[in-house]
Each structure stands twice: as C-alpha cells, then as structure tokens.
Ligand binder design. Sequence first.
Ligand SMILES: Cc1cc2nc3c(=O)[nH]c(=O)nc-3n(C[C@H](O)[C@H](O)[C@H](O)COP(=O)(O)OP(=O)(O)OC[C@H]3O[C@@H](n4cnc5c(N)ncnc54)[C@H](O)[C@@H]3O)c2cc1C
Length: 456
Amino acid sequence: MEIEKLRDELQGRIFLPEDSEYDEARNIYNAMIDKRPALFVKCKDRHDVSKAIRFAKKNKLEVSVKAGGHNGAGLALVDNGLVIDLSEMKAIIIDPKKRTAIIEPGNTLGAVDKATHKHGLAIPVGVNGNTGISGLTLGGGLGFLTRKAGLTIDRLIAAEVVLASGEIVTANEKSHADLFWALRGGGGNFGVVVSFTFDLIPVKNVYAGPMLWPIGKAKEVMQFFDTHTKDASHDLYGFFAFLKVPDADPFPEHLRKTNVCGIVWCYTGTVDKIKEVFDPIRKFGPPILDFVSEMPLPTLNSLFDWLYPPGLNWYWKGHYVNELTDSCIATNIEYGANLPTPRSTMHLYPVDGKAHEVGQKDTAWAHRDIRWVQVIIGVSEDPNKNDLIKNWSKRYYGAMIPHSSGGGYVNFTMHDDEARVKESYGVNFDRLSKIKKKFDPENFFHLNQNIKPATS
Ligand SMILES: Cc1cc2nc3c(=O)[nH]c(=O)nc-3n(C[C@H](O)[C@H](O)[C@H](O)COP(=O)(O)OP(=O)(O)OC[C@H]3O[C@@H](n4cnc5c(N)ncnc54)[C@H](O)[C@@H]3O)c2cc1C
C-alpha cells in the first residue's frame, strides 16, 4: 500500500522484482556485481528524489544512489534496499554566451561532451564516454583536460542537492558554501545532487591518441613520460598505460595480443606548435605504433569505449604516486608486463598542471601535491577469471604500497577499500566528517566511500 501511494505521488516510475524492467535496472557496468534491491525509484525530477528519501526513511530502507552505474564497487545498488535511480534525469542546458552548462545527473560523459562540443566548449571529464558525469564529478574527475583546466570539480560552480532531510538546497560559493566545498571530491556522502552547473572552457579539436612501445622499453618509456611531461606546457597531457595490443582492427596483425606500454596523448595548443611538441616524442623510441592525429575532443573521450563495453567483470585498486623511482618502475614492470587477461591494464593519470594550482584545502580533494593517480585494472569477459583478475590486482596493489604517497583516488576503490577513506581525504578528512554531521548526522547516505559523521 505504501508503495502504491509513492507510485501515485511520483513523476517517475517504480520497479519491483516482479517487474519486467527490474533486471535491466539492476544491470550495472561491472558484471561482477549481483545485488537485488527491494525497489528502484526511477526519478524524473528533484521532487521525486525528495519523496524517495522520505519514503526510505519512513520505511527504514537502506538507500543507494545510481547515476551512470559505472562505479567499480557497485555502490549504485543495495541488496533489499531502495535505489534512487537518476538515470532518466538527462537534461543538459548550455548557455554558450556565459559558457556554462546545467547538467542533470543521469548523463554520461559522452552525452555531455557531445552537447558542449556543438558550441566549441568542453568540461574536463574522464576517458570513457559511457561513465556517468555524476559519480565522476563528486569523486573529483580526471581526464585528458586535467593539466589544462583542472579536475572536473574545478569547473563546478553550483550544485542543487536533496539532503537527507528531503530538503532541496543550492550549494555554491555563497549559499551552503561548506556543502559546496565538501561536494567537490567528497563523493555521495552529503546528499543527492540533482543538477550540476559547470563553467566551460573553449576546446574543439585536439591532436591526440595513443603511441605504443615494446614492453622491453618500459623502463625508458616511464622515465621519458616522467621527465618529458614534468615541465611541459599545460596544453600537453599524456597518461601512461601497460596493455596487451587488442586483437582487432586497426591494430596490425603482428602486434596483436603482445604486451606493450603506451602513452595516450592529448594536445590542446595551437596547430603551428604541433610539430615542435611532437617531434621529440616521436624521436624517442621511436614508437612501434603511432595513432596520434587531429580529432574532435568527443572522439578522443570515447576512443576506448568499444574496448570496454558494459558487462565485463572489473576489479580495480588505486594509489596516489609521486615519484617514479627505479624501484617503483621495476615493481610496475613486474606486474604490468604480466597482465592476467587481454583487457587488464594499468594507467597513470597526471594530476599536475592546472589541478596543482588549486590549494589542498580549497576543495575536499586533498591530494593536490601528487603527480599521478594510479589505477590497476583487472578486467575479464569470463566470470571464471574473476579470481585471477582480483589476485593480480591485489598483488600489484600490495607491491606498490611502498611507492605510494598514501591514499588513492576514491573513484578507483572497491568495497574492500573502506579502511582507506580517511587516508584518501588526508588533511580534509576532519572537516568533511564535521560537514557530514551537519548535513547527514545519521549517515543515511552511507553506500559510498563513506565519511562517518563526526562524533564531537
Ligand atoms: C571504464 C571506466 C572508465 C573510467 N574513467 C575514469 C576517468 O577517466 N576519470 C575518472 O575520474 N574516473 C573514471 N572512472 C571512475 C568513475 O569516475 C567512477 O566509477 C564513478 O563512480 C562513476 O560515476 P557513475 O555516475 O557512473 O557511477 P554510479 O555507480 O551511478 O555512482 C557511484 C556512486 O557515486 C555516488 N553518486 C553518483 N551520483 C550521485 C548523485 N547525483 N548524488 C549523490 N551521490 C551520487 C553514489 O554514492 C553512487 O553510488 C571510470 C570508470 C570506469 C568503469
């Protein structure tokens, strides 16, 4: 009866286990996650979100929040609880004159990119088009424009939030400034964000793509990656990767399935500088494969979507890394040259450039002094290989602990990383936990990288 009453009050819909849409709704990106919620509330607007929160409280249901459904740990779902499903809230409103975008949380990065690109504008987002803008932003947001324009949160200027009380508030530098500070990196701890307002930057086409080198050159490539990008212009970005060459076009037959290392470049500077910037890079090695060319930014941001479609099994771990010492490089090569499956990989994403210009305490994202976010990614098509990818990721992660600067990016954690949350927020943890106490004293929103409310 209670559910029927809620159904009548909503603009959106409710899916129960007996409904035909239920299984599709609980299908999230990581196929390793198999949770059975009691109900999904497919919200259409902020009032639906508020009603779902009040309903869950009254009926003592645990709540999870689902946006893009990309979270590796499967935080979007909850067994026997209520899922606040934002995936149908997809409005995007762009003001090209003011260079702002108001974005609802159900959008993927691909949809956001496409909409802003029409105006020659962009938000710094992640490297896969099917990731949700929502979870990515709340955790920080790393991608090809990090060095040029900062983290995704560095372009966030306001958010509309439904609090644990059901109240709807606007958070920005002037209104609920503490909440606005916490949202920029603090994840889903403080309420449900129903719209994000971003400040856009002009970027249209980029000169970008992967270059690959043989695995035997990995040490030199990592050293080159370190020194060459250190003082480079913020227009040049590259992330380092260990990978197996995909067994598919456009990769040449003789390289397919071999272990290699690579750098995926993105240059946003002027065309006349391309030769000057890329000649020394091309001379280094030289690369065995060079796919770097001019392309629209959305093409780059979705270049690997075909390789990582939804429905694969994922287990990942992460570190913050500051220095690529000889022994750190040796540890990386030991595991990176022995990937357990064709799609498993390791990426080192830069966090310098513009992201370093923001102070450690200016947003909740504390580790502004580190150079790289490392993500160790075990991926398998075959669920029988889940233990294989988990063991490899855990062993690689363990071996990297002595080389980590402490903590790791919260968006690259699994359910077994809870003990690491405090370290990951570093100097900002105590303030975050006080703000949590103010806005969510009962820890109603706890299915996230959980920051517990302060006790005093
Ligand atoms: C293939 C792949 C590539 C990725 N690449 C990048 C990358 O390049 N850069 C990067 O920074 N990250 C990257 N990520 C990590 C990504 O940022 C996280 O997985 C993020 O959680 C995804 O957000 P989502 O909305 O899709 O997730 P969901 O699973 O829907 O949400 C995850 C959690 O975030 C919180 N949350 C989400 N939306 C809201 C909201 N509106 N209000 C309150 N809480 C909310 C909730 O706690 C929720 O459970 C990648 C992930 C994958 C799988």
